[in-house]
Design a protein around this ligand. Structure first.
Ligand SMILES: Cc1cc2nc3c(=O)[nH]c(=O)nc-3n(C[C@H](O)[C@H](O)[C@H](O)COP(=O)(O)O)c2cc1C
Length: 167
């Protein structure tokens, strides 16, 4: 899924995109002594993760739906940081039996707490309609256009929020 998003994103000329795979950032269960909003990250793995996320102006989270929410791994990675997410745009690409819709809505609640601007458009990939054998991505034709709209919105809001990030 993430590669499908990336393949569309890199064709654009209005922003540059990178794929961050959490497999490459194996964070332990959150182990910082202080809440992230205090901005005093003590562990090297947290500081590295903060440096990675801090470089970006906006995000597209690609999430499965597990028990009507996002994955524990993504939630843990989100929870590590605070300021690095603030005043940045967020688009959500979700997948599950009903397009991962409940995972996406949960992420919107989390985004509010992190001062992220979650865009309206959600690419919701159905395990029944947009996959073969529930495992190989074969998105319906309309999904590519929905993804373009999502990326339009993420770039627009990332750009609009730049003054707040600089403040
Ligand atoms: C622990 C677990 C819970 C799941 N819960 C849901 C769910 O609540 N709703 C849903 O639509 N699919 C659910 N599924 C199905 C997953 O969305 C589906 O298996 C998806 O392909 C998993 O993506 P992944 O292979 O990237 O982990 C669940 C799967 C797992 C492993």
């Amino acid at each position: 899924m993430a590669q499908w998003v990336m393949d569309a994103a890199v064709k654009r000329s209005d922003a540059t995109f990178e794929l961050i795979d959490l497999v490459d950032y194996p964070l332990p269960h959150l182990d910082e002594p202080l809440p992230p909003a205090m901005g005093k990250y003590q562990n090297a793995h947290t500081q590295d993760w903060a440096a990675t996320i801090g470089r970006f102006d906006g995000f597209v989270f690609v999430t499965p739906e597990y028990n009507h929410s996002t994955s524990g791994v993504l939630k843990n990675a989100i929870d590590y940081l605070f300021a690095e997410w603030n005043n940045k745009a967020l688009g959500i690409v979700s997948y599950g039996t009903v397009g991962g819709a409940r995972a996406a809505e949960h992420l919107r609640l989390i985004a509010g707490e992190l001062k992220m601007a979650d865009v309206r458009t959600n690419v919701a990939l159905s395990l029944f309609a947009d996959f073969q054998n529930f495992s190989e991505l074969a998105p319906g034709e309309h999904q590519a256009q929905t993804l373009e709209t999502l990326l339009d919105e993420v770039v627009a809001w990332s750009t609009a929020l730049a003054p707040l990030r600089q403040a």
